[in-house]
Design a binder for this molecule. Structure first.
Ligand code: PNS
Length: 169
C-alpha cells in the first residue's frame, strides 16, 4: 500500500496541479493533497476555500483525500504514515527551490522520500500566482484552472473591486 502526500499552497489549485494528481494515482494507492495552513503567508483564498476547491475538483479521482497541515511537512507525513512526498516540476527555474526543500526534508526525516513529477507540456506556464494576476485584470483563465475555481476567482476579484470602489466613494 503506497501512500503519498502532495503538499502545496494551492492558492488556488490549477489544472497543472490537477494533472499531477491524476497522473500520481496511477502509481500510488492513496494520495493526500495537503494544503499548507500558514496564517503568516498572505493568500487570496482561505484554507477552507482551497480545501473545498480541491475536494470538488478531485471528486472524480479515486484514492484522493484533501487535508490541511501546519508546521513541518515531515511531521504531517509521519502523522499520515506516508513515506512519499510528490512535487511537480515545471521548468529548470523550479529546480533549485524544490531541490533545497527535498534536501531539507530528507535531513529532517531520511525515511521520507521526495519524488518529482514533470509537468505536462500544456501546463508548463501555469502557476497559481500567474492565474491570480490574469484573473485580477479580467483575463481569461479558461483551461488553466478547474471550472469551480474559475468562478470563485472572478467572484473574489469582483467583490474586491466593489469593496475598493465603495472605499473610494
Ligand atoms: O505550493 P508551494 O507554496 O510551493 O508549497 C510549499 C510547501 C507548502 C510544500 C512548503 O512550504 C512546505 O512544505 N512548508 C511546510 C514547512 C516545512 O516543512 N518546511 C521545511 C522544508 S523547507
Amino acid at each position: 500500500m503506497l501512500k503519498a502526500v502532495y503538499p502545496g499552497s494551492f492558492d488556488p489549485i490549477t489544472n497543472g496541479h490537477l494533472d499531477i494528481i491524476e497522473r500520481c494515482v496511477s502509481f500510488v494507492d492513496e494520495l493526500v493533497v495537503a494544503v499548507l495552513d500558514n496564517p503568516s503567508k498572505k493568500s487570496l483564498f482561505t484554507v477552507e476555500e482551497r480545501i473545498k476547491h480541491i475536494t470538488e475538483a478531485t471528486a472524480h479521482i479515486p484514492g484522493v483525500s484533501v487535508k490541511s497541515f501546519h508546521g513541518l511537512l515531515v511531521d504531517f507525513c509521519r502523522l499520515e504514515k506516508a513515506k512519499l512526498v510528490i512535487r511537480g516540476l515545471r521548468a529548470v527555474t523550479d529546480f533549485e527551490y524544490e531541490f533545497n526543500m527535498a534536501l531539507a526534508n530528507r535531513k529532517l526525516d531520511p525515511k521520507i522520500e521526495t519524488i518529482f513529477v514533470s509537468a505536462s507540456a500544456n501546463y508548463m506556464f501555469v502557476s497559481s500566482s500567474g492565474i491570480k494576476e490574469i484573473a485580477m485584470f479580467g483575463g481569461c483563465v479558461e483551461d488553466m484552472v478547474p471550472e469551480n475555481v474559475k468562478h470563485c476567482l472572478y467572484e473574489k476579484f469582483k467583490n474586491r473591486e466593489e469593496e475598493t470602489n465603495g472605499f473610494h466613494n
